[in-house]
Ligand binder design. Structure first.
Ligand SMILES: [Zn+2]
Length: 331
């Protein structure tokens, strides 16, 4: 009959043995999965990642996590020592796999060892996809409430982005979507691109840059309007100068000059802060012969544009409002 103390020592020894084996099995699993990944196992077997994961007795998430972790181990030998010492986990390895580089590996490993996964995620949010470490900033947390079908779209976006490397976090998906949206839709960025195009054109007429520029220009055109042949486009441009549409070049110039912010000045000398619902306002009204030129156009928020128009048409009440209105202090 074993005494209580003997039983306890026996159980401790058994736990040590099992967990050493477990650790060694995890390392072996990572090595094998790394080899499978190098051989592009799932497509080579004609299977989806999900099916292949089930085939080797893992869930898809487990498989993706382990293959990302194995990539880190392959390129960063120091990470293996930390994993074996229990200072970082498999989840940490998967988390850093897309952003760790030879150049940043010391900083990254130093900042995630011994940290919770949440802390490690916060740190990694400062590392760019190119592996550059951004300065520390205050963190803003965002809580999202999605329906099941909206959530499915988020998961689909994760799958699409994961194709380029490791599995992206919610924050990475969100910021990628925001970045794409601004590249496509932000009038200020369009204006900056147009200005850069013009500079390049001036610098280097008819050189190899033209190809690159044309691609960017076509992208802009594709967003703004269906593609047209050069003749139609040229005719349109002439009509635009005379017609109701402000030519893109002028629009870009005004957006850049006013930085997309309402130019209305409050009576106290401060400028309206509004950058939403921005419109281009003709100083000398278009219907009264004012032209589409940068000097006759300014950026106004909808509120101040409406009041300016009303004032121009002689409405005393609106004129009064225009002089007194400031955002947040007026209804
Ligand atoms: Zn305004």
């Amino acid at each position: 009959m074993m005494t209580f103390r003997e039983q306890l020592l026996h159980l401790i020894a058994e736990a040590q043995k099992i967990h050493r084996e477990e650790k060694s099995l995890t390392m072996r699993s990572l090595r094998v999965i790394g080899e499978l990944e190098l051989r592009r196992a799932a497509p080579s077997c004609g299977m989806s990642v999900e099916k292949f994961a089930r085939h080797i007795a893992l869930t898809k998430d487990q498989y993706l996590k382990r293959s990302a972790a194995s990539r880190t181990l392959r390129f960063i030998p120091e990470a293996k020592l930390l994993l074996e010492a229990g200072e970082i986990s498999l989840s940490h390895l998967a988390l850093i796999s897309a952003k760790i580089t030879r150049a940043n590996r010391k900083v990254v490993l130093e900042n995630i060892r011994g940290k919770s996964l949440r802390e490690a995620k916060l740190f990694m949010s400062r590392v760019t996809p190119d592996g550059e470490l951004l300065p520390e900033e205050e963190i803003c947390e965002l809580k999202l409430t999605l329906t099941k079908s909206q959530f499915a779209l988020l998961e689909r976006a994760r799958e699409v982005l994961a194709a380029a490397g490791s599995v992206p976090t919610d924050a990475e998906i969100f910021m990628k979507a925001v970045g794409d949206l601004l590249t496509k839709r932000d009038p200020l960025r369009k204006a900056e691109r147009a200005a850069a195009r013009q500079r390049n054109l001036d610098d280097d007429l008819g050189s190899r840059n033209n190809n690159v520029e044309k691609t960017v220009e076509n992208n802009d055109a594709a967003v703004a309007a269906p593609k047209e042949g050069p003749t139609i486009a040229a005719t349109r441009q002439q009509q635009n100068i005379a017609g109701r549409y402000i030519p893109a070049a002028v629009r870009h110039q005004v957006w850049l000059r006013d930085q997309g912010q309402c130019t209305h000045m409050h009576p106290d000398g401060s400028r309206c802060q509004e950058k939403m619902m921005i419109e281009l306002d003709h100083i000398n009204l278009y219907c009264r012969g004012g032209e589409h030129s940068a000097s006759n156009l300014q950026v106004k928020c909808r509120l101040h544009n409406n009041f300016a128009a009303a004032a121009a048409f002689g409405n005393e009440w609106y004129r009064h409002k225009l002089e007194s209105v400031t955002h947040g202090r007026d209804s």
